[in-house]
Design a protein around this ligand. Structure first.
Ligand code: XUL
Ligand code: MN
Length: 344
């Protein structure tokens, strides 16, 4: 049982409410304003996209990028915050329209790898060793557009280039089955871990499991976590919730399915998540209907839900659970869990 959990989120989790069908509805907080919320909301760590840390990085030299990232490190120090990871944002640039590492255009693939190296530079300036790879556009809208076998080789080549660039970088792949693509090449934890074993240094390639992404793949997030834990590859998580198969909702943790959330906390706690320095990351969005001054509640609420569920996990009568498993009385076990979630 890990003692104390440390929580992180990314600056994109405080946002102005734009969606694909409508513009922003709340005035955007500046990055500096967002930083002041972390401690207030109970968070000690910051997750970054590379250009969250160094805006307009494509216009800067590698040296300028490192200098700006060092300034960001000082800013974090001033707020008593730590960085957790940096993720290359490979899905907004015109050169990544057809994918980054799996683009059909070799120049675009080269751009994606170069950008990933700059991301590692930023990671180093922030004095951490973890890159998260959400492979946003590595997939297709139509099957015939790319070669799925070749795509795997291209992904391995890109990851190998990152591993070779810096011998201490660890890479956590964040699988997601769809959105923005119709079909992603690395849709599940199993795919990500399979890819890890194909690289030059599997010990430095793991996963970031997002609850909603697992649900979108029709899978149970806690079982995905168990699979990654069995491989020693659960290096971070993006806890949130998802109401069935629709767009990626990034709902408050536990808000769609309390029992599913309970089981995620349960497996994390059972296997001492955090003992190697892993953070509890929350990748949640405020509802578009939320007014500006209440638009950080989803973060505090998600953290609160984690901690309340942790109390429930730790107060579950494990002996009773074990006895019911021995008796193969899963109906009674089902009721025990439901009653426990109801506080009875
Ligand atoms: C996208 C998603 C991203 C990654 C970071 O669905 O979850 O925010 O977590 O790039
Ligand atoms: Mn995520």
């Amino acid at each position: 049982m890990a003692g104390v959990y440390r929580f992180t989120f990314g600056p994109w989790n405080i946002h102005s409410g734009a969606d694909p069908f409508g513009p922003t509805v709340r005035e955007e907080y500046t990055f500096a304003e967002k930083l002041t919320y972390y401690k207030k909301l109970g968070f000690d760590g910051v997750q970054f996209h590379d250009d969250d840390a160094v805006p307009n990085m494509n216009d800067l030299s590698p040296q300028q990028i490192q200098d700006e990232a060092k300034t960001m490190k000082k800013l974090l120090d001033d707020h008593g915050l730590k960085a957790e990871f940096v993720a290359p944002r490979l899905w907004e640039d015109p050169r990544t329209i057809d994918g980054g590492y799996t683009s059909n255009d070799p120049d675009c693939r080269r751009f994606a790898i170069e950008r990933s190296k700059r991301c590692i530079d930023i990671m180093n300036a922030l004095e951490i060793d973890l890159v998260v790879l959400w492979l946003a556009r590595e997939g297709t809208y139509i099957r015939e557009a790319k070669d799925s076998k070749q795509a795997v080789a291209q992904l391995v080549e890109a990851i190998n280039a990152m591993l070779a660039y810096d011998p201490k970088t660890r890479i956590a792949i964040e699988p997601k089955p769809n959105e923005p693509m119709d079909q992603a090449y690395i849709p599940t934890t199993g795919h990500a871990i399979g890819l890890a074993y194909m690289t030059d240094d599997p010990s430095r390639v793991g996963v970031n499991i997002e609850s909603a992404h697992a649900v979108l793949a029709g899978l149970d997030p806690s079982d995905e976590m168990g699979y990654a834990l069995a491989h020693g590859k659960l290096w971070t998580v993006h806890l949130n919730d998802q109401n069935g198969l629709k767009f990626d909702e990034d709902k408050t943790f536990g808000s769609a399915d309390l029992r599913r959330a309970f089981n995620q906390v349960r497996i994390l706690d059972k296997y001492d998540y955090g003992k190697n320095g892993e953070w509890v990351g929350l990748d949640v969005k405020a509802m578009r209907t939320q007014k500006r001054d209440g638009s950080t509640k989803h973060l505090a609420n998600s953290r609160t839900m984690f901690l309340k569920l942790l109390d429930l996990v730790r107060s579950l009568d494990d002996k009773k659970v074990e006895q019911l498993i021995q008796d193969r009385d899963y109906e009674e076990l089902d009721l025990l869990i439901l009653n426990h979630l109801l506080g009875q």
